[in-house]
Design a protein around this ligand. Structure first.
Ligand code: ZN
Length: 99
């Protein structure tokens, strides 16, 4: 029985690019368009690994989607978003300096 020569096969793969996976998660402005995040998510200026919530007094969040979802589902956030609705805010543009 002949052994297949898998040796060189598994080993040298010189054409493989260096595995530089960018693991750093950064804020994605596209998230703002998602229904769950619409209306409250905004970037934190000066730090693209963070985000903040407009309606929770500029609560700072990590720019991880799971964190944002968690925030969205938090009681505090829900309460705040409801309060927002009741107050029926006249959203003034240019009020982005909260965080
Ligand atoms: Zn919030």
């Amino acid at each position: 029985m002949k052994m297949p020569n898998t040796y060189s096969y598994t080993h040298d793969t010189p054409s493989t690019p260096p595995r530089k996976k960018d693991h750093k998660r950064v804020y994605n402005p596209k998230w703002e368009q998602e229904p769950d995040f619409k209306g409250w998510l905004q970037p934190l200026s000066g730090n693209n690994t963070k985000a903040c919530c407009k309606i929770c007094n500029g609560a700072v969040l990590r720019a991880h989607k799971s964190d944002l979802h968690q925030h969205y589902n938090s009681a505090k956030h829900k309460k705040n978003s409801q309060a927002m609705r009741i107050q029926e805010p006249v959203i003034s543009h240019g009020k982005l300096e909260m965080c």
